[in-house]
Design a binder for this molecule. Structure first.
Ligand code: ADP
Ligand code: MG
Length: 242
């Protein structure tokens, strides 16, 4: 078994002046190399916190996140697509993407060709040289997506990568993630509230109030999986109301 991540009794609390918020409570799960995993759950259920603990952007209050059986090594290449996008406002789209490659000390000419090739493939040429304030939410999300993909990571974390996109752009991003998963054998951990997006994954974890509610493994077609995800989401909601 090629286990990449193991989470053991992961808990994360945030303390404010008066109360303690338990964002994650006793999460136990594992993710194998090459898996495409989706994390779903209502707003505030701890999805982003879980992703950030896995990516070592944040640290658990207790419990463990093991990467290849050990505490995570920072230098392992991975891409992260943030929920709040986080482009640098003083740089245009091209420069925002180039920055990710510069950090990897990529050769200038290769870098330029790579960005232009990808921009063409994902139909981003019309806004590539615009500044973030001149872009729509969807355009910014595509830039952020390309910035993560262009460094050839082995692992991509994505927090609602299609939330600001129109249907056709969302499909492009999903297809690119699917290609990264199937052709490059990349591992993806994606937070999404959308059953269609999640149905591309090979496994879905459902969170509810910081706890792991259910785990679904893909069996059969994407459409069958989409139906199962829907059923689980409605169970989660029914449970929520009662
Ligand atoms: P989701 O991504 O599922 O919407 P989050 O992981 O962002 O949920 O948040 C889970 C819970 O933790 C929420 O109640 C949220 O308000 C709280 N939370 C998240 N980040 C912080 C923080 N930095 N400080 C205090 N509370 C936080
Ligand atoms: Mg979130």
């Amino acid at each position: 078994m090629n286990t990449l991540f193991e989470l053991h009794h992961l808990c994360k609390s945030y303390k404010s002046e008066k109360k303690e918020i338990k964002a994650l409570e006793d999460i136990n799960l594992s993710i194998s190399k090459g898996e495409f995993v989706a994390i779903m759950g209502p707003s505030g259920s701890g999805k982003s916190t879980l992703l950030q603990c896995m990516a070592s952007f944040d640290f658990p209050t207790s419990g463990q996140v093991l990467f290849k059986g050990k505490e995570r090594k920072k230098e392992e290449p991975f891409g992260f697509i943030f929920q709040d996008i986080q482009l640098l406002d003083s740089l245009n789209g091209y420069e925002n993407i180039a920055l990710a490659l510069t950090i990897q000390k990529e050769n200038g000419n290769i870098m330029d060709q790579k960005i232009r090739d990808y921009a063409k493939k994902f139909e981003m040429e019309s806004f590539l040289f615009q500044y973030p304030y001149q872009m729509s939410g969807g355009q910014k999300q595509k830039i952020a997506f390309l910035r993560a993909l262009i460094v050839n990571p082995k692992l991509i974390f994505a927090d609602e990568p299609t939330s600001a996109l129109d249907v056709s752009s969302a499909k492009q991003v999903l297809q690119a993630l699917d290609t990264f998963h199937k052709k490059e054998k990349g591992t993806i951990v994606m937070v999404t509230h959308d059953a269609f997006c999640a149905s591309f994954a090979s496994k879905v974890f459902f969170l509810k109030e910081g706890k792991l509610f259910k785990e679904l493994q893909k069996e059969g077609s994407t459409k069958e999986f989409w139906k199962k995800i829907h059923e689980t989401l409605s169970m989660l909601e029914v449970d929520h109301v009662s």
